[in-house]
Design a protein around this ligand. Structure first.
Ligand code: PLP
Length: 297
């Protein structure tokens, strides 16, 4: 029997957004309110974590360990999941200069949810890609034997959770668009869509490394690339967590027009990209585009 917190949840709401910038080009805009899929764990973080939590409990683990930066939504979601399930969580945080300082709001929430935080230098954090370094790091963090959720939560099980998001969109859209950090959500979403539907990812980090990353996530989960997906690479606005004034005012205006809170690090960049691509005539008239609202501020 599943833990009650892990039973499958109803599909997240899908709503039409009437917006003249899209209507003028014959494009229908839908919002997939995945930020509402779980009361405490928004959107894709829930979809990625739930199958991992199930696997951890089935294998008899009573602790999870994961990794992230000082503002990581993934660390916060993992800490909240640990509290809901009554299992321990350890967060390995990038940047040992943070160790002696007061916690920022995000890390303070992790700690309040019972997550034990372990700060490490940037070089040791990077070195965790090596299995021996990782084992030593987990030992030092007192997390030996804990279930390991990778940085950003993107692994094969996470992709399976996000494929469910794709299945919820069968028959209702031509394009399903999502903002990308690690690319795990896009990788699973694309796998879950029906033939003829396509997924469009908007990377919020600069760098151009993401397509290879998504191919390797899909190869680990499915043995090779799956689904019809592509990336719109020019909408990172300078990099992760950069919110220039023009993006800020676009997001505030979008929130006011459509009556929901627009998360700035990911969702604002997605909505900007879709508005720009639509007004540039990228989508043929008659296209239905769904913006996946992956989180809330
Ligand atoms: C983490 C996050 C993403 C990125 O998901 P990936 O699977 O890492 O690409 C997108 N939107 C929000 C709101 C997030 O918190």
């Amino acid at each position: 029997m599943d833990h009650p917190e892990l039973q499958s949840r109803p599909a997240s709401p899908l709503v039409e957004a009437v917006d003249e910038r899209f209507a003028a080009h014959g494009v229908r805009l839908l919002l997939k309110r995945d930020d509402l899929v779980h009361p405490e764990l928004p959107g894709n973080k829930w979809r990625k974590l739930a199958p991992n939590l199930r696997a951890a409990l089935e294998a008899g683990h009573d602790r999870l360990v994961t990794f992230g930066g000082a503002y990581s939504n993934h660390l916060r979601a993992t800490a909240a999941a640990g509290r809901l399930l009554g299992i321990g969580t350890v967060g390995i945080v990038r940047g040992d200069e943070l160790a002696g300082r007061p916690l920022n709001d995000s890390l303070a929430r992790c700690a309040a949810d019972g997550m034990r935080l372990h700060f490490v230098s940037r070089s040791r954090y990077r070195a965790k890609a090596d299995p021996q370094e990782l084992a030593a790091l987990l030992d030092e963090a007192g997390a030996g034997g804990a279930y390991v959720v990778p940085e950003g939560g993107s692994n094969a099980l996470a992709l399976a959770g996000c494929a469910e998001l794709g299945r919820e969109l069968h028959g209702v859209t031509d394009v399903a668009a999502v903002a990308c950090g690690t690319g795990g959500t896009l990788a699973g979403l694309a796998a879950g869509l029906a033939p003829g539907q396509r997924a469009l990812g908007v990377p919020v980090l600069a760098g151009g490394f993401l397509a290879a990353e998504i191919r390797s996530l899909q190869t680990a989960a499915y043995g090779g690339p799956v689904g019809d997906w592509s990336l719109a690479e020019d909408f990172h606005h300078g990099g992760y967590a950069r919110v220039p004034a023009a993006l800020e005012s676009f997001a505030a205006d979008f929130a006011a027009r459509h009556g929901f809170p627009v998360e700035r690090i990911y969702v604002a960049k997605l909505l900007w990209a879709l508005t720009t691509l639509t007004t540039a005539g990228t989508f043929p008239r008659g296209t239905t585009v769904t913006a996946i609202i992956t989180g809330r501020p």
